[in-house]
Design a protein around this ligand. Structure first.
Ligand SMILES: Nc1ncnc2c1ncn2[C@@H]1O[C@H](COP(=O)(O)OP(=O)(O)OP(=O)(O)O)[C@@H](O)[C@H]1O
Length: 251
């Protein structure tokens, strides 16, 4: 498998806080990688450095062999890195379909008088994604009227309109009830299963979800990677049980 993302020696400090310390990681195309770690461990800092919202103090980030470290976030998005947010960034007054079409047009840079968002091929791609994310029944509803879980699914479906090489999900099921959480994650992973060219990195606190849906786990503590392996090994590592799941007492 070809390497889609490579981080080389990333360091990031905020004053005295070490948010990333010598992060080295290579991710192959098609992997489903879960980023785990307690609050403040450095997961979001890592995600923000990949998307360009934060620049590392030292180190490099390569996307499909190209150095993206100095690039602005919108250029990194254009090269194929998409993300969803803990709090979805949606247009409440527009319909679900129109949110999809705006996301698609923003990705294509084709939103203009001459290239309206409602092009047949854009509508067809949007409808396919809505179906895969089980959002088709909501197609014509105003986003402001939708429950939180549905909005989260829409946010991820919107991120997929441009067929990204790399999709970053920040706690996709946070804020969703325990009953909804597992079916929702299943829907997300089933939908992403149709997009074989997209590699997925997801931040997750629920270890049952990690075990079920990740092909690889990268665990952070105090800005460092303390485990990087398949779930059955990473989740049983002493440092992970000590600093992430709390199963062992901290020394
Ligand atoms: N913009 C910032 N300014 C100052 N400190 C920051 C900033 N962003 C992150 N930090 C600090 O860097 C450390 C790592 O934070 P980060 O948000 O990456 O952790 P996290 O693993 O994503 O945690 P959580 O699970 O709570 O989201 C924390 O100590 C945090 O307070």
């Amino acid at each position: 498998m070809s390497t889609i993302l490579e981080a080389q020696g990333l360091n990031k400090r905020f004053g005295a806080v070490v948010a990333a310390e010598d992060i080295n990681i290579r991710i192959a195309s098609g992997e489903r990688v879960s980023l785990i770690g307690s609050n403040g461990a450095g997961k979001t800092t890592f995600v923000n450095m990949i998307t360009g919202y934060l620049k590392p103090d030292t180190g490099r980030i390569m996307l499909a062999g190209d150095d993206i470290t100095p690039l602005a976030p919108r250029l990194i998005t254009r090269l194929g890195v998409a993300r969803s947010f803990q709090i979805p960034q949606l247009y409440g007054d527009l319909s679900v379909l129109d949110n999809m079409l705006v996301a698609n047009a923003c990705h294509d840079h084709k939103l203009s008088f001459w290239q309206p968002a409602r092009r047949p091929e854009a509508i067809s791609r949007a409808e396919t994604l809505l179906e895969r994310f089980r959002l088709d029944e909501h197609r014509d509803r105003r986003v402001a009227e939708l429950p939180g879980g549905v909005r989260k699914l829409l946010d991820i479906a919107m991120a997929m309109t441009g067929r990204p090489k790399l999709l970053l999900l920040d706690e996709p099921t946070s804020g969703v009830s325990a009953d909804e959480k597992f079916p929702m994650m299943q829907t997300i992973m089933d939908a992403l299963g149709h997009e074989a060219e997209t590699t997925v990195l997801f931040v997750e606190h629920d270890m049952d979800i990690v075990e079920r849906h990740a092909s690889r786990v990268v665990a952070f503590y105090a800005g460092r990677i303390i485990a990087d392996d398949v779930p059955s090994i990473a989740l049983n590592a002493d440092d992970v049980r000590r600093y992430v799941t709390g199963e062992l007492l901290q020394e």
